[in-house]
Structures are given as C-alpha cells and as structure tokens.
Design a protein around this ligand. Structure first.
Ligand SMILES: Nc1ncnc2c1ncn2[C@@H]1O[C@H](COP(=O)(O)OP(=O)(O)O)[C@@H](O)[C@H]1O
Ligand SMILES: [Mg+2]
Length: 357
C-alpha cells in the first residue's frame, strides 16, 4: 500500500501541488530552496500530525495564506482511502476515510511515514524526547492497547501534577499515584515487549548497514529497583516542592550501543547518521502489517548526506523494504537508486512530473 495521489495547498513555498505517484519510487529533483523538503513535510504531516522540521504546524502555513491543506489517497483492498489535514494558527483538523479524526493516530493506521533527513543524527544526540517519540511510534503500530494506555498515563500524570501544584490533600494525591503507577507500569511493559521484537531486526539491519552489532538499553524513567508506585512514594516531598512528577515512563529513554560501546560517546557524526538511519529502517521493517497500512519512507537528499559507500549500503537495504520511497536530490540521479519510478522537477514551490526516472 502506498499513496497514489497527493494534493497540497499553501504549505511553505508550495502554493498548490497535485501529484500522481508511483507505488514504489518517486524522485524529486530541484535546487536548494525549491521546496523539496517542504513536500516531504507534507507527506510526513499526513500520517504523524506534525512535521519533522518544526514543532508547530502553523509555521508551515505559506506566508500570506490562512491555512495549509494536505490530502492524500491510498488504495486499500481495492478501495480508495482518503486522508486529510488542515492546519491554521491554533487549530488542526484531521480526516480519515471521510470522518473527522480526533488525533493523528487515525491517519497513521493507513499511512505510516518514516523520514531520514539531514537532522537524523539528532535522534541520538539530543534529549530523550525524540527517542521516546521514536519508540512510541513503533509500539503504537504493534500493540493495539498502546494508544489507550499512553493516553491514560498522560492524563493521570497531568492530574497528579495539578494536585501537586494545588497542594492537594494526601488521599487525593494517593488516588492519582495509583492511577499513574498502574498505567505507567503497563506502558513500560508494552515498550519493553516492543523492544524485544525490534532488537533482532535491528541487529540484522546494523550488520548490513554498519557491519556492527547495534543494541538498545531502555531506562524506564524511575531510578529505584522497585515498582513505579514505590518510586512515586519516595519522590513525594520533592514532587510537591517542584509541582511535577519526576519518576515514570514520561522520563524514559532508550540508548544505543555499537559493539557494546555507548553510541553517544564514541561514534562520529557520519556514523551517527548511519546509526540513526538503522534505527528508522529497523522500525519500518518491524512495523508489521497493521490494517494494511502503507509504509512510506522519505529520504531527504541522501546523496548529500552520506558518502558513496554508506549511501550504497543504505539504498541496497531500502530496496528490500516493502515501502514507497520519496527521495529528494539536487542532481538528476541518485547513484544506486532503482531505475524504475517517477521523477519530478521542483522549482520555486512548483512540482511537475518529468520523464520516467
Ligand atoms: N511559511 C512559509 N511560507 C512561504 N515560504 C516559506 C515558508 N517556510 C519556508 N519557506 C520557504 O520555502 C522554501 C523551500 O524550502 P525547502 O523545502 O527547505 O527547499 P529545499 O528542500 O528544496 O531546499 C525556502 O526558500 C523557504 O524560504
Ligand atoms: Mg531540503
């Protein structure tokens, strides 16, 4: 499954684009600043409800326009599935199969975009927030209960923090503590089960991409060896002082080792990019079938980012994935990329099909 059509209105420098897509490979060629990454952002937003370049969707609205709109079509068991996203300052509207969707989760059931872009190394370099999002995206696609657990946990944390800040009575705090710990333990378990499933795939991908053994360490977000309930109880004075909950899976992290050595300390920027790419590709491989969802891999200017050797390995691996590829490039061709597909030219925010790639 893949996107067959995409229309974009007023997203960054793209005023209007209407694309008919190749099921396997779509190559977008254009100069710097022509709108290639903006196009990939549109595809990404449609499944994730957010961009990979900015936190707020409203910043993507074209200057002078009021709202941006992205509509995608995919084929699912002979039927056309339409997904839509509309964003303006302070408001985002999502639609899946004609119905209003409360969150991007409803879109992600049909369209699962992953991106490897020039900032991919931030997954390893920056704080744990990105890595938790990475992890949770993966769990969401294999564990049907995950979304409900995640929402229940975050609601409970919000309520407990509100009680802490209002200096609420002990019994009230205990009640939310109970809820936080039940939902938090469940969330943690679901993440661990997912990691167990991801790890063998990651080993294989790491071997092919880096010739090294990649392993992951999950820290669950509380320091004590005991239960989350025990950690919450031990933290109570400090939590009351600061008005926030210090322990729990909202503080979890997942770190990477290469041949047993912590990646953050030892790996060069170039290797970090490959390592982060391995994480993304392994996740895509481990994602499973879902509802027959379409896996879409966005490769933003891979030829500029990776040396020929690493690019070759990456594209070889990507060729085996059952995903639709969207690749951008400054030059006409990307060495090592399959020949069969569609090619588009991007100029000043206009995207036009050229000859077959
Ligand atoms: N909100 C916006 N409204 C209009 N133009 C924008 C907006 N945000 C960014 N741009 C412009 O969009 C252009 C396209 O950028 P980008 O997609 O990064 O191009 P490429 O990836 O091809 O180098 C840039 O010139 C940038 O100035
Ligand atoms: Mg770009």
């Amino acid at each position: 499954m893949s996107l067959t059509r995409l229309t974009i209105d007023d997203l960054r420098c793209i005023q209007r684009a209407e694309l008919e897509l190749h099921p396997r490979l779509n190559l977008f060629v254009g100069a710097n600043g022509s709108g290639k990454t903006s196009l990939l952002e549109a595809v990404y937003c449609l499944g994730r409800g957010r961009s990979f370049r900015s936190r707020r969707l409203a910043t993507l609205v074209r200057k002078g326009a009021e709202c941006l709109r992205v509509v995608g079509e995919a084929r699912l068991q002979g039927q056309t599935v339409t997904l839509g996203l509309e964003a303006r300052a302070g408001e985002t509207r999502l639609k899946a199969r004609g119905a209003t969707a409360a969150s991007a989760a409803a879109l992600a059931e049909y369209h699962r975009p992953q991106v490897i872009d020039p900032d991919i190394h931030k997954l390893l370099e920056e704080g744990p927030g990105r890595r938790r999002r990475y992890l949770d995206w993966g769990v969401f696609h294999v564990e049907p209960l995950f979304l409900a657990t995640w929402q229940r946990y975050h609601r409970a944390i919000k309520q407990r923090n509100a009680v802490l800040r209002a200096r609420g009575a002990d019994p009230l705090l205990r009640a939310w503590e109970e809820e936080v710990s039940v939902a938090g333990e469940a969330l943690s378990l679901q993440r661990l089960e997912y990691l167990g499933r991801l790890e063998p795939v990651l080993r294989e991908v790491g071997e092919r991409l880096l010739g090294a053994a990649i392993t992951l360490d999950y820290t669950r977000g509380w320091t004590s060896k005991g239960t989350l309930a025990e950690a919450l109880r031990a933290d109570e004075d400090r939590d009351r002082r600061f008005g926030i909950t210090h322990s729990g899976p909202h503080r979890a992290d997942v770190t990477t080792r290469v041949d047993g050595v912590a990646a953050r300390d030892r790996v060069s920027r170039g290797q970090q990019k490959m390592l982060a790419a391995a994480l993304v590709l392994a996740q895509l491989k481990a994602q499973g079938e879902g509802h027959g969802a379409g896996d879409v891999l966005l490769l933003d200017d891979p030829a500029a980012e990776l040396d020929a050797h690493h690019l070759g390995r990456l594209l070889e691996l990507v060729a085996d994935l059952p995903a639709q590829l969207w690749v951008t490039s400054l030059a006409g061709q990307v060495p090592g990329l399959a020949a069969e597909g569609a090619m588009f030219h991007v100029e000043h925010g206009r995207i036009r099909p050229t000859a077959t790639a």
